[in-house]
Ligand binder design. Sequence first.
Ligand code: THU
Length: 136
Amino acid sequence: MDWDAWTQQAWQARERAYAPYSKFSVGAVVVGGGRVFAGANIENLSYGLTLCAERVALGSAVVAGERRIEAVVVVADTDEPISPCGACRQVLAEFGDPLIRLVNRSGHLEFRLSELLPRAKAGILSPPPSPGSAPA
Ligand code: THU
């Protein structure tokens, strides 16, 4: 667990956020298989199409072949640590139960995803046989 390096990468990614509407920039990294994938929020004139930093980073990880996510860092320049939205929690849960570090300007908090979103996969649909397997 190299939280300091990952946090630095998340702050760097935050510089690339496209947030002209909210003016609230967020950076994230997703770590899987020892590889680190960065993301930042990407907003849109049609507000609901905004992509959160977490999902941007996760998309890169999955397309690179990583389906087992072990850690996530989310950074924002706020007094209180921010917290991933419900949609991001659910999307992350598809690929594991990572530790999530929420970093702000003065400190951090850490949670297991399943603390932030209990029973994410309990319900109607059966999960795929090997959700964590590499692409065919
Ligand atoms: N946002 C993220 O990217 N991640 C979070 O965890 C919280 C919120 C973004 C979405 C939107 O572009 C802006 O922050 C304000 O909500």
